[in-house]
Design a binder for this molecule. Sequence first.
Ligand code: SF4
Ligand code: SF4
Length: 353
Amino acid sequence: MENQQTSLKPAPRQTGHFRWPLRRRVQLVFFILTLAVGVQFAIFVFQAGELSAITVQRPPGVEGFLPIGALMGFKLFFTTGTWDPVHPAAMVILGFAALISFGLRKSFCGWVCPVGTLSEWMWQLGQRWFGRNFRLPIWADYLLRAVKYVLLGFFVWAILKMDRATIEVFIHSPYYQMSDVKMLHFFTRMTAFTAGVLIFLIAVSVFIKNFWCRYLCPYGALMGILAFFGPTRIRRHADNCIHCGKCARQCPYNLPVDQKTKIFSPECSGCMECVRVCPVPNTLELKTFGLWQTVWSTASVAVVILGLFFGSIYLARVTGHWQGNVKYDAFRLRLKQVDGPGKISSGIRGQSQ
Ligand code: SF4
Ligand code: SF4
């Protein structure tokens, strides 16, 4: 049972020991990297649309925002042995996220995901402005937390019921080829409704810690499930504990670290904030149990995450599993179709866009 109140009431004021702990620096690196990839992709699409000279490459990293395509790619891979040739990087990034989340709690959310980082900045801003964040009543918290699992369940169910031929048709469809462009247009051609929803999510994140991640993100739900079955946990040595409660107050997911000896919750993001603020050495630790028993320092988590990220990209590049196979001419043609009056088809019966 997590540390919750039964009514909307202020969470205690929190303090940090360091302005820029290591994890936050790693988060900043991934955030800047994501921004750079987004800007490069926007320039690429603009140049392709203007039929001018293309001076930048289409960055495969943008496919990190195509998790549903990646899940379909994995189904194709497990049923046929074929790696998605259109958006191969989507599978690489999802594979990396799944691996670190299984091994090091939901660390993709706590260390890498730019949306998680933005959410964190929002509630930290809220703390600065109002001196506190707020918690929903326990019944609302549990009810809302189910939403992300329902969304994940829907996507997984839809993909599982698609047969191999349907997935192959989809993956080679013009719709899928342009799915990263459509995602870009989601932001650059935002409707008033979309803007309203985004503003609401950002505003509510100022008051409630990690609102999007905690309640709505199906990607985070998947990472949480993997972490739940993973071998790593935050462990508290009760004999050392002086019950100051600093760990629980610092936890971005409001977990009752000061009351449990092990944190099993799928919400734990392996962020090490509880370990960092604990005033008694060797009381809290991030530990992998089982065959490869390891106690992780924050630096070793950072090294593994960064090493796996850049290592998996390098491996994917040299083995031809990173760059998609859509040529520039075909891309320009598809772009005209996206921008033109006609619709491009997903190839799946009854669906087009
Ligand atoms: S503060 Fe500790 S318990 Fe809370 S999410 Fe981070 S690592 Fe997990
Ligand atoms: S911060 Fe450390 S000493 Fe304080 S309650 Fe948590 S585990 Fe115990």
